[in-house]
Design a protein around this ligand. Structure first.
Ligand SMILES: Cc1cc2nc3c(=O)[nH]c(=O)nc-3n(C[C@H](O)[C@H](O)[C@H](O)COP(=O)(O)OP(=O)(O)OC[C@H]3O[C@@H](n4cnc5c(N)ncnc54)[C@H](O)[C@@H]3O)c2cc1C
Length: 388
């Protein structure tokens, strides 16, 4: 029941603390002790749970704050054949305007435990805060992943990476609930099958619910891991491969990210995004040769497209470069969804967009890049109830 408050104050509290809408009745068809305490909403808007601020309502939204609540909610959905959507920080999700017909489970568990150089994070921990705490503790390994929005539990899903670091380099173990065996399992780094913006969790999207992630960090006497990214090294006035004080590494990355609209700021629509909307294409040597001749035809022989080694017979090129050179420059668009004014790779909601507006822009970019260069861009965020 809502407390008796003046309407305006009550509305304010509803907006700030959606838990006031919560039904605490044990209305679940498979009653469970741990589910009696969870927060539950019906016909609940999902847009406020995403960084795009887009998407329709979920039939039911459950917020779980302990591992037991997470597992109970997942089991209940599986037992009743109810579709389940896991939501952490909502920073890599594109939810359709029609919403989600099923149970959306918001994972809001908390837990930060440091034992020597071993870090264990509960899935719902806020990633960027956890990074700040590891830096304060003088440990290296994730300092260049500062500023990435979202939850710790989602970091292994797409092997989060930026500025020369990826979580695959430090994750030692992922504790997950396996919906197939209905057990909690421990996956080693090798079990996670990490690759560029990919993992076993992404390959088997309806199987694992990450509960905890363990990292092996390094005590380098207050210094960072060797810098792997030229832009960061340049900004710090050192060479790639050098180490710098941890705080300097973290702060430099945060500054570089903010300049590109890659640190969340509710006042800045350039950050109402999912970060990079497209992954960098990985091409076979033959595909890259064909792409290079398209570039020469269109932009002249002197123009060399970006190329980075990506394993035997494979080359990675830059999605941002492709988008820009196909004519979609920063700020592109006239509607409520536009390319960020700070980075060509981020598609953004200017405040009044719908998911369909966003998808229309994404499709225009994909078609334009394909026509210009014969390369098909692939979206990085997970789509729910819609596709490109
Ligand atoms: C401004 C901005 C900048 C960004 N910069 C980067 C960047 O530099 N590098 C990068 O890699 N990403 C970046 N991202 C993308 C995003 O922040 C990351 O992918 C992040 O890890 C997503 O976490 P989340 O908790 O928000 O996941 P959500 O968006 O809530 O979910 C993403 C996917 O993971 C699943 N999921 C969530 N939690 C769990 C769980 N506990 N168990 C199983 N599945 C789960 C969801 O079902 C969904 O499929 C950026 C996003 C924004 C908005």
């Amino acid at each position: 029941m809502l407390p008796a408050l003046p309407v305006s104050l009550r509305l304010l509290r509803l907006l700030r603390f959606p838990c006031y809408l919560v039904s605490r009745r044990p209305a679940l068809s498979v009653p469970s002790r741990s589910l009696e305490r969870v927060q539950e909403l019906h016909d609940a808007p999902l847009a406020p749970l995403t960084t795009f601020r887009l998407g329709g309502p979920a039939t039911r939204l459950v917020t779980a704050t302990t591992d037991a609540e997470v597992i109970a909610a997942v089991r209940e959905a599986d037992d009743t054949g109810t579709p389940l959507l896991l939501i952490g920080g909502g920073s890599n999700l594109v939810i359709g305007d029609k919403g989600f017909d099923g149970t959306a489970l918001h994972i809001a568990t908390r837990g930060f435990r440091l034992d020597g150089t071993t870090l264990e994070l509960a899935a719902g921990e806020i990633w960027t805060d956890a990074v700040a705490r590891t830096v304060e503790a003088g440990l290296a390994g994730v300092e260049c992943l500062a500023g990435i929005p979202g939850s710790a539990g989602a970091t292994p899903i797409q092997n989060v990476g930026a500025y020369g670091q990826e979580v695959s380099a430090t994750v030692t173990e992922v504790i997950a609930y396996d919906r197939r065996s209905r057990e909690t399992v421990a996956l080693s780094n090798a079990d996670c099958a990490f690759s560029y913006r990919h993992s076993r969790f992404k390959a088997e999207p309806d199987r694992y619910v990450v509960l905890r992630v363990r990292f092996g960090l390094e005590d380098a006497g207050g210094l960072s891991a060797p810098l792997r990214y030229a832009e960061t090294a340049r900004a710090l006035g050192v060479e790639v491969g050098d180490r710098v004080p941890l705080t300097a590494a973290r702060e430099t990355v945060l500054k570089l990210r903010a300049g590109k609209g890659m640190v969340l700021d509710p006042e800045d629509h350039d950050t109402w995004s999912a970060g990079s909307f497209f992954t960098n294409p990985i091409l076979t040597d033959e595909e890259f040769a064909a792409f290079r001749s398209r570039v020469a035809e269109r932009l002249g022989d002197a123009v060399e497209p970006p190329a980075f080694p990506a394993g035997e017979g494979r080359v990675k090129t830059s999605a941002a470069w492709l988008i820009d050179r196909a004519g979609f420059t920063k700020g592109y668009g006239t509607g409520p969804a536009r390319i960020s004014g700070k980075h060509t790779l981020a598609l953004t909601n200017r405040g009044e967009a719908t998911t369909e507006d966003l998808l229309a822009l994404a499709r225009e970019v994909v078609a334009g890049v394909r026509e210009a260069f014969g390369v098909t861009l692939v979206n990085e965020p997970v789509t729910v109830g819609v596709s490109l």
